[in-house]
Design a protein around this ligand. Structure first.
Ligand SMILES: Nc1ncnc2c1ncn2[C@@H]1O[C@H](COP(=O)(O)OP(=O)(O)OP(=O)(O)O)[C@@H](O)[C@H]1O
Length: 249
């Protein structure tokens, strides 16, 4: 797909849970080759936006195309990988790190899901990239918060998807994990992937993201981090300027 055409094209969607609107008249275009940082307060609709791009929630109105197709189809054909918030995962489920990463290959396997040599090689490469080779046999519930995040990033790498969605991958992780995930996302974007990653760390945006989207039930601003993270925009999104204290220093 050309770098001039949006890979994720959200055209005027409204998503409601019952009568509560989570997103209203939201428009957003994402392009390949870029890491986009998604920022907004709790309840601003970030997870709903991810779920919409995955085709897991259906907008009440408007339209979403992912790689030129309906979102659900892009997900079902394995073209989208999603790292959910940690709270959304059952960590007690008895499955090893290597097995979780292998689930990223399921879309490429036949009905019996028997991994071939390519699948195994992709899994080992992904585990090595996030420095989890030594822990590959462990149960996921036995890992630290940062290690758990890296497992799901590795799953996305093994999947080889061209759309990478990550819902707060930096929450509760150490600096080393944050640096590894940031590097991996940049590498994937430079290789042509479209990356959308939500974060609460406004200060980290310039080193993480090529562009920033500010969300408050709709897109308030989109552009280079330094153009988007302004006092005026932050007050519109958060009601206060969360960086006011730092600006005074
Ligand atoms: N399954 C659901 N049923 C009812 N309301 C929901 C559901 N999921 C989300 N909401 C509501 O929709 C709004 C947007 O929620 P969403 O989870 O998308 O926000 P968010 O920006 O991801 O929040 P956070 O930063 O806290 O994860 C909130 O008001 C939330 O309470």
């Amino acid at each position: 797909m050309s770098r001039d055409a949006p890979t994720v094209d959200i055209d005027d969607i409204t998503v409601r849970y019952g009568r509560v609107p989570a997103l209203t008249n939201t428009r957003l275009a994402l392009y390949p080759g870029r890491v986009c940082g998604l920022v907004g307060m709790n309840g601003s609709g970030k997870s709903t936006l991810f779920k919409s791009i995955m085709g897991l929630v259906t907008p009440d109105s408007g339209r979403i195309r992912v790689l030129g197709e309906p979102a659900e189809r892009a997900r079902k054909t394995g073209q989208i990988s999603y790292v959910p918030q940690s709270e959304a995962i059952d960590w007690a489920f008895p499955i090893s790190v290597r097995e979780v990463v292998m689930t990223g290959r399921y879309g490429r396997m036949g009905f019996l899901r028997r991994p071939g040599r390519n699948d195994q090689a992709a899994v080992e490469e992904a585990l090595a990239r996030v420095e989890l080779t030594d822990l590959a046999g462990r149960q996921i519930g036995d890992l630290s918060g940062g290690q758990r995040k890296r497992v799901f990033v590795a799953r996305g790498l093994a999947q080889g998807a061209s759309i990478l969605l990550l819902d707060e991958p930096f929450a509760g992780v150490d600096k080393r994990t944050e640096a590894t995930i940031t590097e991996v996302l940049t590498e994937r974007a430079r290789a042509g992937a479209t990356v959308l990653v939500s974060t609460h760390d406004l200060q980290a945006l310039p080193r993480l993201a090529d562009e920033t989207v500010l969300l408050q039930r709709r897109v308030i601003a989109q552009g280079p981090p330094e153009a988007v993270i302004t006092t005026e925009n932050l007050i519109r999104a958060f009601g206060v300027d969360p960086l006011a204290h730092d600006r005074e220093d």
